[in-house]
Each structure stands twice: as structure tokens, then as C-alpha cells.
Design a protein around this ligand. Structure first.
Ligand code: SF4
Length: 411
């Protein structure tokens, strides 16, 4: 096989003999970066220590994007993560299923606006609903899958009819397929829990429409959540986004200044933990000397200071390969259920984590960074790979001695 869709995956909800332990060693971004490295011919170390370049693979790497998000602080990190995936090697894109053609189209506009390859294939996602599944999506039971109250009311209305809404659901899917074709999407992906016959009906129906009918369907199938954020203003003629009119809300900086703690942390990082700046070169030398001398007492004392201060300030979990500067100083081990270091998963709803236990780390990071005009760059740079061999060691020492992922990024 060659086609591959790289996903972070959902948080486990069950398992054999008990709940499975969640494992997110690789997320969608780092998986894409790894597959790209394999396509380029991966260099690996053999047991005898020699390096060897493996034969090139030929994966056609796909990325998902989840644009059906209600708030700016939730949607924009999704778009920035898509950009990161493409920079890391994604060759085609498929959005999460949804029922808002303006949002689907906005992905294509975003690619253009962000100067990503305009010819990158984007596949339209068409999910053939039934009332039961629409209800699950409406109640947010499947992370990232949205059926708004307005659409669900229609589903309930038609499902009360003699055909249980079948004609309505087939027509809705067929109209979506027609819009994707009209808007120049590379393909339409048909999904749902139905017999093959149901999907053939969708295709037949889509083929029965007139050449320009899709333009009306694009206006008709727009079921956002109340107050949903779009990056681009709508063109009244098409009902779709207009790339020349950015949402003014996006341009306006957040008025609310971040907390004093965050501002202080930025200062401390700038002075002590930014390579080549401030005290960094001196601290590098201090750690180098202590390690060379084998001064374990001093190293242990510094580690103890690090543990106490980072535990108090960030709820640090002692992973040893710190990502705080990449997450607006929110510890991914504490603030993200999937311990994500490369951007948000697609599962949040209304800015809350898919487990509903907290605000999404990335929405919080977006708020913090937007105040400083840095949000647009929050997910720039190569994929972050957490190095588990550093678990339970000093992240300061690992940073200053070039053992963590920051050193790899600078190479
Ligand atoms: S990323 Fe790792 S080192 Fe940094 S605060 Fe979180 S657990 Fe601690």
C-alpha cells in the first residue's frame, strides 16, 4: 500500500480487561515527518553502531484537518497545524466530516492565504447520516464530529417520516458531493454506516443535478454552531469565504493582557533559556564544567531547584525534554490530555478538551500568543519528537548540554 493518512487518534475509551493506556509517542505531525524521512531514505543505526540508509519508501502521505470549530482560539491553531503538517511532508488533505460548505471551502482559501501549495489535493468529506448518528454527533459523543442543533432539528423532522429520513440524508450527501465537485476538490470521500446501495444512491443523485446547482447547495448547506468563527468574511454572492476580506476579529489583537506569571516566564526564558542570548552561554559553560568534573552534588542541587520551581510554576511532570517555549509555557504533560507538542488534536469542542476536563492547551496558548502578535507562528518549525530516554532527568541540563529536542531543531 502507498496511501496513508496520518492521525493522532482518539483518547482510548475502552480496552481488553480494562481501559487501554493512552499512548501518544507520535502524533499526526511527527508521524508525517517520520514518513517523509522514510520517503527520503531513513538513516538508522545498526546494532554494530554503523549508520545505514534504508531504501526509500513511497508513501503518499495524507493529513486531516478539523475546521468545524466554534471559536477563533480553537480554529486558528487547527489551520496552523495543517500548515505545519504540509511543511513536514503531507501531500494531500482531508477535512473532518462536517455540514458547513463555507468551512470546507475555507480550507482551500487558507492554503492560498498561507502560501501553501495551491495545487495540493483536498478531498471533500461526505458522511451519509442517519438519525442515530446525527444525534451522537449533535451530543458531541464522537470527538470532532459536529451536527449543529439546526441540522439535528432537520434530521429529526425528516426521520419522523415514513422513509425514516432516508431520502433527506441521501440528498444532503449528494448535494455535498456536488458542491465539492463544483469547488474543485480533488475527490469526494463517502463514509457512513450503510449498505453499498445507500452510497450508490448518493452518487446517482449527485449526478442527476444540473451543472450549476451546486452553487445554491453551497449556500444551503451551512450549519455552523451559533457565532462560529470564520477566518474570511462571506461573499454575499456565493455565501462562501472571500479571500480578500479577512475577518476583522482576527486582525484585532486580544485586549486582555496575559497573566503576570506568563509575562514573567517569558522574561526569564528570554534572559536564561534562549540559545545564544543573555545568560545562556554562561549557563551552558556552568553545566558543562559541572558535568565534566562529575560534580553530582551541585548538579543534584540545581535539579532540585528546577523540580521545585517548575512544579510550582507549570505543574511540571519531569519529562526531561521540555516543550514549554513551544506551548506558551503550558506544560503538555499537564495541560493536554494527549500530551501533544505539535498542535491541537481535532477533538476539542467549544474550546474544551475532548475529555471535557479542561480548556484546550492550544486555545489557551493562542490567547497568550495573540496578545504579543505571535499566534500566527505558534506552530512554525519542524515536528517535535519527545525523547523518552530523558524522562526523569534535568531538562535544564539537557537543554544546556544539547541533549534535548531543541538541539536537534537547531542542527
Ligand atoms: S514539558 Fe516536560 S519538562 Fe517541561 S514542564 Fe512539562 S513535564 Fe516538565
Amino acid at each position: 500500500f502507498n496511501n496513508i493518512l496520518a492521525l493522532t487518534g482518539d483518547y482510548p475509551v475502552t480496552g481488553y480487561g480494562g481501559l487501554a493506556r493512552p499512548v501518544f509517542d507520535l502524533d499526526s505531525v511527527s508521524l508525517i515527518a517520520m514518513l517523509k524521512a522514510m520517503n527520503d531514505g531513513l538513516e538508522v543505526q545498526r546494532p554494530n553502531g554503523k549508520m545505514e540508509r534504508l531504501p526509500k519508501t513511497d508513501f503518499y502521505i495524507g493529513a486531516a484537518v478539523s475546521p468545524f470549530k466554534r471559536y477563533e482560539r480553537e480554529l486558528m491553531p487547527q489551520y496552523f497545524k495543517l500548515a505545519r503538517k504540509i511543511h513536514c511532508g503531507a501531500q494531500w488533505v482531508i477535512p473532518q466530516l462536517g455540514y458547513d460548505m463555507r468551512k470546507f471551502y475555507e480550507i482551500k482559501l487558507f492554503l492560498q492565504w498561507a502560501q501553501l501549495p495551491a495545487n495540493l489535493p483536498v478531498i471533500g468529506n461526505v458522511y451519509l447520516l442517519n438519525k442515530t448518528v446525527a444525534g451522537l454527533f449533535n451530543k458531541n459523543k464522537i470527538p470532532g464530529c459536529v451536527v449543529s442543533d439546526a441540522l439535528y432539528a432537520l434530521c429529526e423532522k425528516y426521520a419522523a417520516g415514513p422513509d425514516k429520513g432516508k431520502a433527506f440524508f441521501v440528498e444532503l450527501a449528494a448535494k455535498q458531493l456536488a458542491v465539492f465537485k463544483g469547488l474543485g476538490f480533488a475527490a469526494g470521500y463517502l463514509g457512513g454506516i450503510h449498505k453499498a446501495d445507500g452510497f450508490f444512491q448518493v452518487i446517482e443523485k449527485a449526478e442527476s443535478f444540473g451543472a450549476n446547482d451546486w452553487k445554491e447547495f453551497a449556500k444551503e448547506i451551512q450549519f455552523p454552531k451559533p457565532g462560529e468563527f470564520y477566518l474570511f468574511e462571506a461573499d454575499p454572492a456565493t455565501g462562501l469565504g472571500d479571500i480578500t476580506r479577512l475577518n476583522p476579529e482576527y486582525k484585532a489583537a486580544l485586549q486582555k493582557a496575559p497573566s503576570v506569571g506568563y509575562r514573567l516566564t517569558r522574561k526569564v526564558h528570554e534572559v536564561a533559556f534562549t540559545p545564544g542570548q543573555g545568560m545562556f552561554p554562561t549557563l551552558q559553560k556552568v553545566y558543562e564544567k559541572l558535568e565534566q568534573k562529575g560534580d553530582n552534588l551541585a548538579l543534584k542541587a540545581l535539579y532540585a531547584i528546577e523540580r521545585v520551581s517548575k512544579e510550582m510554576a507549570f505543574g511540571c511532570k519531569d519529562c526531561g525534554d521540555c516543550s514549554l517555549p513551544e506551548t506558551a509555557y503550558l506544560c503538555p504533560r499537564k495541560a493536554c490530555s494527549k500530551t501533544g507538542r505539535n498542535g491541537p488534536c481535532g477533538g476539542s469542542a467549544d474550546g474544551r478538551c475532548e475529555l471535557q476536563d479542561k480548556d484546550c492547551l492550544w486555545a489557551r496558548a493562542y490567547d497568550r500568543l495573540k496578545y504579543y502578535g505571535e499566534a500566527e507562528h505558534m506552530l512554525d518549525g519542524p515536528a517535535v519528537f519527545y525523547n523518552a530516554s530523558l524522562e526523569g532527568t534535568s531538562s535544564w541540563a539537557n537543554l544546556f548540554r544539547g541533549r534535548d529536542h531543541h538541539a536537534k531543531k537547531e542542527k
